[in-house]
Design a protein. Structure first.
Length: 134
C-alpha cells in the first residue's frame, strides 16, 4: 500500500445494491457492505496500492469517513463515488445555500489507504454521533 493520498471529486447517489440491502435493514452487515464503500477508478486504486475491499480514509473540508475501496472500471479518473448514507453524510455540510438540499455532487476530498482502520456499522456510526454531541 502507498503512504500517499489522492485528491478527487466525490459524488453520491442511490444504488440498486443499496436499495436491496435497505429492505433487510440499515443496521445489517449487508447494508454496511453496500453503502460503506468508496468506488474508485483503476488508476486511483493503483496509485494508493489498493485491492478491492481495502479500507480508505476519505477527508473533506467538513469531515472524514472510513469506508472500503471498490474498483469501478466505468469511473473517470479524478472522480470517486460513495452511495448516499451515513458514511457519505460525514463529508457534507448541512448548509444548503437556501435550496433545502445539501450538495451531493462536487465535494473535493483526499483519499488515503487506512489499513489499520475499521469501517463502522451504521449503528456504531450513529452511536458515535451521540457520543460526540452531533
Amino acid at each position: 500500500m502507498s503512504n500517499g493520498n489522492i485528491e478527487v471529486i466525490v459524488t453520491s447517489g442511490r444504488t440498486l445494491n443499496q436499495g436491496r440491502t435497505m429492505e433487510k435493514g440499515k443496521i445489517t452487515q449487508e447494508y454496511t457492505d453496500a453503502v460503506g464503500i468508496c468506488e474508485l477508478d483503476s488508476t486511483a486504486m493503483e496509485t494508493l496500492g489498493l485491492e478491492n475491499g481495502d479500507v480508505v480514509l476519505v477527508k473533506s473540508d467538513i469531515g472524514k469517513t472510513i469506508v472500503k475501496s471498490k474498483l469501478n472500471k466505468q469511473l473517470h479518473p479524478g472522480l470517486a463515488f460513495i452511495p448516499c448514507g451515513p458514511w457519505f453524510n460525514e463529508l457534507i455540510s448541512s448548509d444548503t445555500v437556501q435550496t433545502g438540499m445539501p450538495s451531493y455532487k462536487t465535494i473535493k476530498v483526499t483519499i488515503s489507504a487506512a489499513p489499520q482502520q475499521k469501517v463502522l456499522s451504521s449503528d456504531d456510526l450513529a452511536s458515535s454521533y451521540k457520543e460526540a454531541g452531533k
